[in-house]
Design a protein around this ligand. Structure first.
Ligand SMILES: [Zn+2]
Length: 126
């Protein structure tokens, strides 16, 4: 895939996310944000996963805020209230988003919590 297209995809995906608690600040790319509410194992897994993507020259966001549709399993963006399917969007904070593909990765310690995610979401257990 040409480099220009990669960047177009990344920018389109990055637009859906922001830094938590801010009105519009884009989340810096390839920065690992550690969330003190998560367990040690959870955070170390995040570092491990992000490192694998960075090595492959991919771009990621961590702990990025968005609004997504729980029914469709997609993130739409914090400027929107409803999905095209009619569902009201939910405010979400994503563990990892791969900007090149739009893949959403959630790290979970609990099987029941993990099972609540839509099939579109990659769930990694620690
Ligand atoms: Zn929807």
């Amino acid at each position: 895939m040409p480099i220009i297209t990669d960047e177009v995809n990344r920018n389109a995906n990055a637009k859906k996310y922001r830094t938590p608690g801010t009105a519009c600040h884009r989340r810096p790319r390839n920065a690992i944000y550690l969330n003190p509410s998560n367990t040690d194992k959870h955070e170390m897994k995040k570092v491990e996963i992000v490192w694998q993507y960075i090595k492959k020259k991919k771009q990621v966001l961590t702990e990025a805020e968005t609004k997504g549709c729980m029914k469709c399993g997609i993130d739409i963006g914090y400027d929107y209230e409803y999905c095209n399917c009619g569902e009201r969007l939910k405010k979400l904070r994503r563990d990892i988003v791969v900007l090149d593909t739009g893949e959403i990765i959630e790290i979970e310690t609990d099987k029941q919590r993990g099972a609540r995610h839509h099939k579109n979401i990659t769930v990694i257990y620690v």
